[in-house]
Design a protein around this ligand. Structure first.
Ligand code: ATP
Ligand code: MG
Length: 578
C-alpha cells in the first residue's frame, strides 16, 4: 500500500483528555452516600419524565443517560414516565417517537411505561385530601386576576377573596368542577400556602384547572387537569422514586415539591437539580424546535440539521457516539454552553473505528485515460478500513473513463496546490499513477469539462517500481461502473453560536443559517454502494462520513454528510493548551 495515500483521520493524535469517569459527578456521589446510609432501604429508583409535546433532543439524551445510567450502575430501576397532564399540546405521535428514541439510545425500561394520566383519579383524591386539611381552596379569580394578585419579586402577593371558603363548599365546588359544570378558566383549585412568600411558586399556586379538552389517553373522562408541580411530585411518590433528577429551573420549585408531599405525609423522594445542556449553534427547547418544524425552516422533526435524537439518527449519528458525548460533558450544577465541535468529535471518533472507507466523487469531472484499452476493466484491491484490518478488502473496478473531483484539478496551479495539473503526475488511490496531458474546455464558457491523461501500467496498485514520488493521491470512480447519487451537505442550523441572542425586535429565528443545506445532485459513488441499505454509514475518502438517507430508492441513492473529516474540536483543545 502506498504511504502518502493516507486519508486516516488525525484525531488519534489529538485525543482530548479522557472523559471524567461518570461515577464522580455530584449526583452519583449523593446516590452512593444515600445507599451507604441505607436511605430508601438502599434502593435506587429514578425516572425519565418527558412531556409528550414534541420530539426528544440531545438535551433529553443527557437526562436519559443520567437517569438510566444511574439506575443501571447502582443496580436500581428507571421508569419511563410520560408527564401527560396537558391534553392540548400532547399527542400519541410524540409518545411513540419518545419510546423509539429512548430505545435507540440503548436503554430499556420495565415491561410497562408509566403515564401521569394513569394517576388522574389518585391525584384527584390527593387534592380532595388537601381541601379536607384546609390547605387547598377553589378560587374564582380569572387567570389575569391571579397574576395581578400574585405580586412580584419585590412586592408580596395579595390573598384571594376566595381563600377562606369553608372546606365543605370547596369540596362541593371541586366535585362540580370535575363534573363539568363550569366553563374553562372560570375556577381553579389552589394550594393555600403563603402569598407573602419570597418564593413566588409558594404564593398559592394553581393545582387544578378546568379544561374541556380530550386527552390522548383518558379521552373525555376528565375536564379538570392537574398542574405540573402537583402532578409531578405525587407521580414520583406513587412510583416510589428515590432520586427525582431534574434541571436547574426547578430548583425554585423544590420547596413546593416538598410541601405537597409533606402536607399529605406520603412517601417522599428527593429532588436533585443539575444544569441542562446548552449546545452552540442550535436551540434546545421544544417550543423553539416546534416553531422550526411548523414554519418549514426544516423538513420535519427528523431533519438531519435538527438537534433532535431523530434528526441526529437520520444524520448518521450512532447511539454510542451520543452516549459518549453525554459521558464527556458530565453533570454539573452550573449552566454552561457545550461546543458543537465536541459532539462532532464524538461521532467522528466512533465512525473512524466503524465506518468502511469508500470512494465517492461529489463534484465529478471526466477523465479519459488515453493509453488504457477501451474494452478493459480491472478489479483493484481496496482496503475497507485501515483502522481495522479485520474489515478486509474489496474490489473496485478501474477502466478507461473515470471521474475525479473537480477541485482536484487546476489548470494554473498556485504553489501550494499539489494535486492534478497539466503535465503533472499524481496517484489514483489503489490504482495507478496518471499524468494529465490535455484539457478539454466548453467552447462557449471556457470551463474545463474533461481531462485527458495517460497512465503508467507499471504503477498498478499505486506503487511505483522505480521509487518515483508523486505529491498527491486522489480518489476516483470508474464512470461506467459508478452509481449516481444525491449528496446532502449540512452546516450549522444557526449562524450564531448563541442563537437565542438576537438583535432587538427579532427572535432566534433571525439567526437561522440560510445556507445550512446544500444538495449535490449528480455525485458518483463507487459500485460497491449500489444497494447500500438505509442508515448504513461510510467514510467517503478525503470527504467525511456519510450515511444513506431514508429518501434513497433503487433508482437514486441519497446520502447525508454526517460530519466532515476536519476536527475542529482537536484544534480548540490545542489552542486551550497553549
Ligand atoms: P424543553 O425545554 O426542550 O421543552 P422540557 O424540560 O420542557 O424541555 P420535558 O419533556 O419536560 O421537556 O423534559 C423531560 C426531562 O428532560 C426533564 O427531566 C428535563 O429536565 C430534561 N431536559 C429537558 N431539556 C434538557 C436539557 N437541555 N438538558 C438536560 N436535560 C433536559
Ligand atoms: Mg418540562
Amino acid at each position: 500500500m502506498n504511504k502518502e495515500a493516507d486519508t486516516r483521520n488525525r484525531e488519534a493524535e489529538d485525543m482530548p483528555e479522557p472523559a471524567v469517569s461518570p461515577s464522580y459527578d455530584f449526583i452519583r456521589t449523593i446516590v452512593k452516600e444515600d445507599i451507604e446510609a441505607g436511605k430508601y432501604g438502599g434502593r435506587v429508583h429514578t425516572r425519565f419524565p418527558p412531556e409528550p409535546n414534541g420530539y426528544l433532543h440531545i438535551g433529553h439524551a443527557k437526562s436519559i443517560c443520567l437517569n438510566f445510567g444511574i439506575a443501571s450502575e447502582f443496580s436500581g430501576r428507571c421508569n419511563l414516565r410520560f408527564d401527560d397532564t396537558n391534553p392540548i399540546k400532547e399527542e400519541v405521535e410524540y409518545v411513540e417517537s419518545i419510546k423509539k428514541d429512548v430505545q435507540w439510545l440503548g436503554f430499556a425500561w420495565d415491561d410497562t411505561e408509566y403515564y401521569a394520566s394513569d394517576y388522574f383519579e389518585h391525584l384527584y383524591q390527593y387534592a380532595a385530601e388537601l381541601i379536607n386539611k384546609g390547605t387547598a381552596y377553589v378560587c374564582d379569580l380569572t387567570s389575569q386576576e391571579i397574576r395581578e394578585y400574585r405580586g412580584t419579586l419585590t412586592e408580596p402577593g395579595r390573598e384571594s377573596p376566595y381563600r377562606n371558603r369553608p372546606v365543605d363548599e370547596n369540596l362541593e365546588l371541586f366535585e362540580r368542577m370535575r363534573k363539568g359544570e363550569f366553563p374553562d378558566g372560570s375556577r381553579t383549585l389552589r394550594a393555600k400556602i403563603d402569598m407573602k412568600s419570597g418564593n413566588i411558586n409558594m404564593r398559592d399556586p394553581v393545582i387544578y384547572r378546568i379544561l374541556h379538552a380530550a386527552h390522548h389517553r383518558s379521552g373525555d373522562t376528565w375536564c379538570i387537569y392537574p398542574m405540573y408541580d402537583f402532578a409531578h411530585c405525587f407521580s414520583d411518590s406513587i412510583e416510589k422514586i428515590t432520586h427525582s433528577i431534574c434541571t436547574l429551573e426547578f430548583e425554585d420549585h423544590r420547596p413546593l415539591y416538598d410541601w405537597f408531599l409533606d402536607q399529605l405525609g406520603v412517601y417522599h423522594p428527593q429532588q436533585i437539580e443539575f444544569a441542562r445542556l446548552n449546545l452552540s449553534y442550535t436551540v434546545l427547547s421544544k417550543r423553539k424546535l416546534i416553531e422550526l418544524v411548523e414554519n418549514g425552516f426544516v423538513s420535519g422533526w427528523d431533519d438531519p440539521r435538527m438537534p433532535t435524537i431523530s434528526g441526529l439518527r437520520r444524520r448518521g449519528y450512532t447511539p454510542e457516539a451520543v452516549r459518549n458525548f453525554c459521558d464527556r460533558i458530565g453533570v454539573a450544577k452550573r449552566d454552561s454552553m457545550v461546543d458543537m465541535a465536541l459532539l462532532e468529535y464524538c461521532i467522528r471518533e466512533d465512525l473512524n473505528k466503524q465506518a468502511p472507507r469508500v470512494m465517492a466523487v461529489l463534484h465529478p469531472i471526466r477523465v479519459v485515460i488515453e493509453n488504457y484499452p477501451a474494452d478493459l476493466t480491472e478489479e483493484l484491491e481496496a482496503i475497507n478500513n485501515p483502522e481495522d484490518p479485520a474489515m478486509g478488502t474489496r474490489q473496485v473496478p478501474f477502466s478507461r473513463v473515470l471521474y475525479i473531483e473537480h477541485d482536484d484539478f487546476l489548470e494554473k496551479p498556485p504553489k501550494q496546490f499539489y494535486r492534478l495539473a497539466p503535465g503533472r503526475e499524481v496517484r489514483l488511490r489503489y490504482a495507478y499513477f496518471i499524468t494529465c496531458t490535455d484539457v478539454i474546455k466548453d467552447g462557449k464558457t471556457g470551463e474545463v469539462v474533461e481531462l485527458r491523461c495517460t497512465y503508467d501500467p507499471a504503477t498498478r496498485g499505486g506503487d511505483s517500481p522505480d521509487g518515483r514520488k508523486v505529491k498527491s493521491t486522489l480518489h476516483w470512480v470508474s464512470a461506467a461502473h459508478a452509481c449516481e447519487a444525491e449528496v446532502r451537505l449540512y452546516d450549522h442550523l444557526f449562524t450564531k453560536a448563541a442563537p437565542n441572542e438576537a438583535v432587538e425586535g427579532q427572535d432566534f429565528k433571525s439567526n437561522i443559517n440560510p445556507n445550512s443545506l446544500s444538495i449535490l445532485k449528480s455525485c458518483r459513488v463507487e459500485q460497491s454502494l449500489t444497494s447500500a441499505p438505509v442508515g448504513s454509514f461510510y467514510q467517503f475518502e478525503r470527504q467525511g462520513y456519510f450515511c444513506v438517507d431514508p429518501d434513497s430508492s433503487e433508482s437514486k441513492l441519497v446520502f447525508n454528510r454526517t460530519v466532515t473529516l476536519r476536527d475542529t474540536w482537536a484544534k480548540i483543545q490545542k489552542a486551550l493548551k497553549k
